[in-house]
Design a protein around this ligand. Sequence first.
Ligand SMILES: Nc1ncnc2c1ncn2[C@@H]1O[C@H](COP(=O)(O)OP(=O)(O)O)[C@@H](O)[C@H]1O
Ligand SMILES: [Mg+2]
Length: 332
Amino acid sequence: MPIVVKGLSFAYGKGTPFEKKALDNISLTINDGEFVGIMGHTGSGKSTFIQHLNGLVKVQEGEVEVNGIKLTSAKRPKPDYKKLRATVGMVFQYPEYQLFDDTVIKDVSFGPKNMGYKREEAEEMARRALRLVGLDPDEVGEKAPFELSGGQKRRAAIAGVIVMKPQILVLDEPTAGLDPYGKEQILNLILRLKKECSPTVIVISHDMDEITRYASRLIVFGEGKVAFDMPMEQLFEHGRELEELGLETPTAVRLAAALKARGIDLGGGIVNMDTFTAAVLKKFAEKGAPVKEFSGIDWFGERAEGGGQGAAAPAQEAADDNGAADIFGEGL
Ligand SMILES: Nc1ncnc2c1ncn2[C@@H]1O[C@H](COP(=O)(O)OP(=O)(O)O)[C@@H](O)[C@H]1O
Ligand SMILES: [Mg+2]
């Protein structure tokens, strides 16, 4: 079931001299299976918005409905927050700071234990979650979180969220502070989680090049409002307005425009480097150049699967062939 938000407004310090409006009449629907990127300048309300989705921030005005769980400002009926938090997994910015227990396995099994699972069961769930994020539970399970490398910590923290197999996975700037290789790894992990565990993914990002490679839909926030929510190709025709909101159009879109101004029209549909490269290759093929089949750029030689709008079918099939089985199995 989708996420439906209607007329959501929110102010911090409401009724005090320090009142600060953070959300202003937000209405939108996010359907099952979407990969939504949320963009917007600092302070545009992105974090406040997503924190409404699992009840971390209480609704003041308007309403939020997540998989049939309705959140309003009314005290009664009290929403089922336990169910809500098992449905919406929230990964905060710098998730490594979410780790607090003395071993990784204890940390990752905290959620299920809290939900009432027995220790052995909860730890088995944690081991599966660790495997799913690419960590070996036998290797890291008994370690203290601080003994892990930066990348491992971030994965362990994500494991602690997906251990509940949330239908909806929300990540607030998951690649903040990582180098390009680390970013690519985390984004590929998110794609994998979308496929194997959490079909709906919402990611806050401030990197247009990055998000357009992964997301199937972009929502742009500005001053607490939804500034844009339209197909990417259309969105990038609003370059000037995006700039006014402190955002740039993707490099690929600007390159295509620069070429067009010089008489080389690559056609429509360019939103990222994958679609750009495909359009250039098509152009070469039309001119008779021997062009090999293209299924997306593999920047670091290890991209497991395609995603976003640029990925073509062959890459996806390859990923299906050697992709991991349902690691969660029947038991969850
Ligand atoms: N805990 C808080 N107390 C007071 N104001 C806040 C708090 N958190 C955020 N704000 C303000 O609310 C607005 C929206 O913030 P936020 O949702 O964090 O935006 P974003 O995630 O897009 O940077 C900003 O003006 C910010 O300063
Ligand atoms: Mg934020």
